[in-house]
Ligand binder design. Structure first.
Ligand SMILES: Cc1cc2nc3c(=O)[nH]c(=O)nc-3n(C[C@H](O)[C@H](O)[C@H](O)COP(=O)(O)OP(=O)(O)OC[C@H]3O[C@@H](n4cnc5c(N)ncnc54)[C@H](O)[C@@H]3O)c2cc1C
Length: 475
């Protein structure tokens, strides 16, 4: 049986992100998927700003942004009469600390294609037609689908076989009364323009009856329609005609369709022994708010560098911080996306609350602040970008390493970036007083690990918390 370091089970956005992050660190990885080939479904189409930052670091952002588009304005109709036009939120401009300010839209099959292309460039291909039916583990490794690995990660979606095999409860609710028809449809003519998200519903009660959203990079529209209890739209064409009150919206092809039941669930544990859960396998969302795909990508990005570090000899306790950091984030997100779905008065507006830039790990054991005078940026926060010379701080973070920002003379360490008082934007973004100076260790996943006044604290942190000798990039 061929041995690998990490077996990734499931090649959706979560599994692909994880496989890329491991492969670029030189970690032997295999990724299997039960499906015979890539999915053509548009599903999660919103890519949040924080996810764009991750995709930048992983080297996929150019391919993503070449096709993705901002969300189009919405156009509401009664029959074929336009009764309202508007947007989901105000567009935001890029800022020195936030290079990717707004959500962009790309159908999930194209996001996955970009991820697969990057993975292929790193020499790894998805092994399709390889279902994991069961899995066993012992002190040395995990066996699944005839593959032996040191660690395995179940990124196998909401119905996760891995989660069930591990006997991990999936806590929460399934709302049988809240169902949605979903489809990708192609129309025969240009009756619906591709510059608007077309919706039919009741403006007074904000009740959506039908949505048709043009998907960038395709000639299809994503159809979304809430269903009454027990309603089964067997004849989708007739359903669209009834819901829109128009008989001229005739589609020629339905490339994907699905019935979606709202599930709000969280795995009781993200780990059992050598096996981890990530993405929808660990948390099930409502589709509102566009959080599911994004939260899965962030899970993978949190876990990747830790697995690589431990495989290279770092203390295995590092892996415990994965659940400690990511499970509370998912719990928060689940509360959030449920509010958006219900249209609650308390629902946060799309924007700062959903872009995942404020996700933090302040309570993590990896977040350490030894400064005498703490500032606004705290250990565990996302490390902001800032202009630096001809480039930006993010240029220095890009890659699998941690970075030491020195607002004082830099210690002799790999990836130490010395910032003089001329780097005003960096001082501002990090809330650091140029007189006081100090040091910031930015983790490989772009979060502030340590804030300190002296270089010794930096050395200590790197050799203990992050185990510096093992997270450096593979030559
Ligand atoms: C209509 C709709 C709109 C959405 N909109 C958004 C949005 O705007 N933004 C957002 O962030 N999210 C959105 N989502 C959610 C998003 O699609 C999911 O959260 C995302 O696909 C989760 O990714 P994943 O990789 O964790 O799991 P999945 O994408 O479900 O991938 C799991 C993979 O595992 C494979 N697999 C399953 N079982 C096994 C097995 N036993 N062995 C091997 N392989 C297996 C499957 O074939 C699949 O390829 C939306 C979802 C829907 C339905």
């Amino acid at each position: 049986m061929r041995m690998t370091d990490v077996l990734v089970i499931g090649a959706g956005p979560t599994g692909l992100t994880l496989a890329i992050d491991l492969a670029r660190r030189g970690v032997p990885v295999r990724i299997v998927d039960a499906a015979p080939g890539p999915s053509g479904a548009s599903r999660g189409k919103g890519i949040q700003p924080r996810t764009q930052e991750v995709f930048d670091d992983l080297g996929v952002i150019d391919e993503i942004l070449a096709t993705a588009r901002p969300y189009p304005p919405m156009r509401a109709y009664r029959g074929d009469t336009v009764v309202w036009e508007g947007t989901l939120g105000e567009p935001r401009a890029a800022a020195p600390d936030v290079p990717y300010p707004g959500i962009v839209m790309l159908p999930q099959q194209l996001t996955e294609l970009a991820l697969r292309n990057r993975l292929a460039a790193l020499g790894v291909a998805v092994e399709y037609g390889t279902p994991v039916a069961d899995l066993t583990q012992d002190d040395d490794g995990v066996t699944a689908a005839g593959i032996r690995a040191t660690y395995a990660v179940g990124a196998d979606g909401g119905r996760s076989t891995v989660r069930k095999a591990l006997d991990i409860p999936f806590l929460g609710d399934t709302f049988d009364t809240e169902r949605m028809a979903l489809a990708d449809v192609r129309f025969s003519d240009g009756r619906l323009d591709r510059d608007h998200w077309h919706i039919w519903g009741d403006l007074a009660t904000q009740e959506l009856r039908l949505g048709l959203c043009p998907l960038p990079g395709t000639d299809t529209f994503q159809l979304t329609a809430p269903l009454a209890p027990d309603e089964e739209p067997a004849d989708l064409q007739r359903f669209v005609t009834e819901r829109s009150g128009r008989d001229d919206l005739v589609f020629t092809e339905v490339t994907w369709r699905s019935l979606y039941r709202v599930n709000i669930r969280l795995a009781a544990s993200y780990r059992r022994g050598r096996v981890f859960l990530a993405g929808d396998a660990a948390h099930a969302h409502s589709p509102a708010g566009g959080q599911g795909l994004n939260t899965g990508v962030q899970d993978a990005y949190n876990l990747g560098w830790k697995l690589a570090a431990v495989l290279a000899g770092a203390h295995p306790d590092l892996l415990d911080t994965y659940q400690a950091e990511r499970q509370p984030v998912a719990a928060d997100v689940l509360g959030l996306s449920t509010l958006l779905l219900r249209g609650s008065q308390d629902a946060p507006r799309r924007g700062r609350d959903t872009d995942q830039l404020d996700v933090h790990y302040r309570d993590s054991a990896l977040s350490v602040d030894t400064r005498r005078v703490p500032g606004p940026l705290r250990a565990g926060d996302r490390a902001p970008d800032a202009p630096l010379g001809d480039g930006t701080l993010f240029d220095r973070f890009r890659g699998p390493h941690a970075t030491v920002l020195a607002f004082r003379p830099a210690p002799a360490l790999d990836h130490a970036v010395e910032l003089n008082t001329g780097a005003q934007a960096a001082y501002g973004s990090y809330g650091i007083d140029p007189e006081a100076g100090g040091y910031v260790v930015v983790r490989p996943d772009g979060y502030v690990g340590l804030l300190a006044d002296d270089a010794d604290a930096v050395r200590d942190y790197l050799s203990t918390a992050l185990d510096r000798s093992h997270y450096s990039p593979v030559p």
